[in-house]
Design a protein around this ligand. Structure first.
Ligand SMILES: Cc1ncc(C[n+]2csc(CCOP(=O)(O)OP(=O)(O)O)c2C)c(N)n1
Length: 342
């Protein structure tokens, strides 16, 4: 399957500010190296359960994190590590969560698919496909009801567009004009099923008018462009309480999860998408447009490598949770009884 044509060819975003480009590149590279380190640990049998990598999609989380204001919320799928890192969660705590350790982001209770860090605006990775869409609608309803001015950003795979809960959540968001942006991360496959075998239409935003939402759709190959276009949707949600449906054409370079070798796609196809990799593009911009040297790029990569080594070391040396800990966090009452915050 060839990459789809650009629905709206990338508008060059004029004058990349070097410091911002550096920041975006740094954040995208941190996510990629974090996940590569996680994949290694998984292959060594140190992480169990599922591990869904975000490699190839990093620009989306980085652009989003850059746009969020305090109080804004991300609600996403099980492919959630990138958001945690982009939103500022400690990579040691993220890695420890993958290892199921006490020092993990949610005390080792959630694992890869259930990262949660409300201080940073991450209101959960969710494992049930489409099940989190009504949850996001609920967050947005609370914002409108309380008048807190916050925007909810709900990320879902294209496979989730064909789930009943997604329809219910989007339907109510449109009906009640809630401050929410639904972002479909269309990475072309739901597990091994390509989009053309999932749905009768190519363009998933055709559903937006049915929910009285506005829409936008583009190929994610430039973090600045992605940021600029997401910014419009977020502003509309914040200022006018107008929800929208965005479809981002992107690609995951790895299999669906670590157990998927991804044999349903050709090397050619993967290579074509790699040419559009926003991380690579940012590196080229740094080098060719801003004269950043190879040595400097290598030094940055090395520093990030050290951060990830430290994260792994932290995860490995951390204790497992106390057995009774597994019953914490299920019900507010239990947490309060145990002296937690609920
Ligand atoms: C309700 C439900 N049905 C099936 C599954 C099994 N499942 C896990 S991921 C997945 C594919 C989802 O693909 P997509 O929404 O495109 O997201 P992606 O994994 O590509 O990010 C399926 C079918 C599930 N977790 N939940």
């Amino acid at each position: 399957m060839s990459p789809p044509n650009d629905p709206t060819p990338a508008a060059p975003v004029a004058g990349h500010d070097l410091e911002r480009l550096r920041h975006f590149y740094n954040q995208m590279l941190r996510i990629r190296r974090f996940e590569e380190a996680a994949a290694r640990a998984y292959t060594q049998g140190k992480i169990s359960g599922f591990l869904h990598l975000y490699i190839g999609q990093e620009a989306i989380a980085v652009a989003t994190a850059d746009l969020m204001r305090p109080g804004d919320r991300v609600v996403t799928t099980y492919r959630d590590h990138g958001f945690a890192v982009a939103l500022g969660c400690d990579t040691g705590a993220c890695m420890a969560e993958l290892y199921g350790k006490k020092t993990g982001l949610v005390g080792g209770n959630g694992g890869s698919m259930h990262f949660f860090a409300k201080e940073q605006g991450l209101w959960g990775g969710y494992a049930i496909v489409g099940g989190h869409v009504p949850v996001a609608t609920g967050h947005a309803f609370a914002s409108k009801y309380l008048g807190d001015g916050a925007v909810t950003l709900c990320f879902l795979g294209e496979g989730a567009m064909h789930i009943g809960a997604t329809h219910e959540g989007m339907h109510l968001a449109g009906l009640w004009r809630l401050p929410v942006v639904f972002v479909i991360e269309n990475n072309q496959y739901a597990m091994g099923t390509p989009l053309r075998r999932q749905t009768a239409v190519d363009d998933l935003t055709v559903r937006a008018p049915a929910y009285r939402m506005t829409s936008d759709r583009w190929v994610v190959r430039d973090v600045f462009e992605t940021r600029a276009r997401l910014a419009r949707a977020i502003e509309q949600a914040r200022e006018e309480s107008q929800p929208s449906l965005i479809e981002l054409l992107t690609y995951r370079f790895r299999g669906h999860s670590m157990s998927d070798p991804g044999k349903y796609r050709s090397k050619d196809e993967v290579d074509q998408w790699k040419e559009r990799d926003p991380l690579h593009r940012a590196q080229v911009q740094l080098r060719d447009e801003h004269g950043v040297s190879e040595e400097e790029l290598d030094a940055l990569d090395e520093r990030i490598g050290e951060e990830m080594d430290a994260a792994v070391e932290f995860a490995e040396s951390s204790p497992l949770p106390d057995p009774e800990h597994r019953f914490r966090g299920h019900y507010v009452e239990d947490d309060l009884a145990a002296g937690g915050e609920g």
